[in-house]
Design a binder for this molecule. Structure first.
Ligand SMILES: *[C@@H]1O[C@H](CO)[C@@H](O)[C@H](O)[C@H]1NC(C)=O
Ligand SMILES: *[C@@H]1O[C@H](CO)[C@@H](O)[C@H](O)[C@H]1NC(C)=O
Ligand SMILES: *[C@@H]1O[C@H](CO)[C@@H](O)[C@H](O)[C@H]1NC(C)=O
Ligand SMILES: *[C@@H]1O[C@H](CO)[C@@H](O)[C@H](O)[C@H]1NC(C)=O
Length: 198
C-alpha cells in the first residue's frame, strides 16, 4: 500500500507543478444505455470529499462494497457492506432518475449521486449531501475488482483537481471485506433493513 500512497503524492506533485491542466470535458456524466451496466457488486477504491466530517469517517473505513439491484423502473436497491472496525450492512431503496441515460440516485439523508464518466469497469459517483447547513461534495470511485491501475488513478486525481476537491482517501485494497451473503445482500431483505424513499 505504500506504493499507492507514493503514487498519490507523486501525482499531486506532478499536477501542481505542471502547466495548467486541461479541465474541459474532464468531469462529465456518463450516458448509460444499458441499465444492467450498473447493477451488481462494486468495491470502493477511493473517495474524496470537501466535508471534514466525511473525511474523518473515511479515515476509519477499512473496506466497502456496494451492490445495486433493480427493483422497479424508477427505484433500485442499494446494499452495502462496510468495515469500520466491525462490519455494518445497510439496504436502502433509492429513487433512480434517468435523464436520457444520465443516472442520478437519491439516497437517504438528502444525498444525490450522479454516475460520471470514468475508467472501464469502474463506477464514479458525484455525490452532493445536505448536512444541515452544509452542502458536502464527494467523489467516490468504485470498480468491479479491487484494483485501481495507475493511469486510472491519475485520471481520477485529475478530476478531483478540476473539481477543486481535496486529495482522496484510498481504501487499503488488501483489507478484508465484510462477508457478502444472501441474508443481508438481497433485495428481499429491504422491508427489514431498508427505508423506502418512494
Ligand atoms: C434511460 O432511458 C433511456 C431512454 O431515454 C433508455 O434507452 C436507457 O436504457 C435508460 N437507461 C437506464 C440505465 O435505465
Ligand atoms: C419513471 O421512469 C419513467 C421512465 O423511465 C418516467 O417516464 C416516469 O415519469 C417515472 N416515474 C416517476 C414516478 O418518476
Ligand atoms: C432533508 O431535507 C428535508 C427538506 O427537504 C429536511 O426536512 C430534512 O431534515 C433533511 N434531512 C437531512 C438528514 O438533512
Ligand atoms: C449479515 O451477515 C453477516 C455474516 O453472515 C452476519 O454476521 C450479520 O449479522 C448479517 N447482518 C444483517 C443485518 O443481517
Amino acid at each position: 500500500m505504500v506504493l499507492l500512497y507514493f503514487a498519490a503524492v507523486f501525482s499531486i506533485a506532478a499536477l501542481s507543478s505542471a502547466a495548467p491542466l486541461q479541465c474541459e470535458g474532464t468531469v462529465k456524466p456518463l450516458i448509460i444505455e444499458d441499465p444492467t451496466e450498473i447493477f451488481g457488486k462494486w468495491f470502493l477504491l477511493a473517495a474524496a470529499t470537501d466535508y471534514k466530517v466525511y473525511q474523518d469517517m473515511l479515515k476509519d473505513l477499512q473496506s466497502s462494497w456496494i451492490e445495486f439491484s433493480p427493483l422497479t423502473a424508477n427505484t433500485t436497491v442499494l446494499n452495502q457492506g462496510y468495515k469500520m472496525n466491525t462490519c455494518i450492512w445497510t439496504s436502502t431503496v433509492m429513487n433512480m432518475i434517468n435523464n436520457s441515460g444520465v443516472l442520478t440516485f437519491e439516497f437517504l439523508g438528502n444525498t444525490t449521486g450522479t454516475v460520471m464518466e470514468t475508467c472501464p469497469e469502474c463506477l464514479l459517483l458525484d455525490l452532493t449531501s445536505r448536512e444541515g447547513e452544509h452542502l458536502a461534495h464527494s467523489f467516490y470511485i468504485f470498480a468491479r475488482s479491487r484494483e485501481l491501475r495507475l493511469e486510472y488513478r491519475e485520471e481520477y486525481l485529475k478530476q478531483l483537481y478540476c473539481l477543486g476537491l481535496p486529495p482522496p482517501t484510498y481504501v487499503d485494497l488488501d483489507k478484508e471485506l465484510c462477508p457478502y451473503n444472501e441474508k443481508n445482500a438481497s433485495s428481499t431483505d429491504v422491508s427489514k433493513t431498508g427505508q423506502r424513499l418512494t
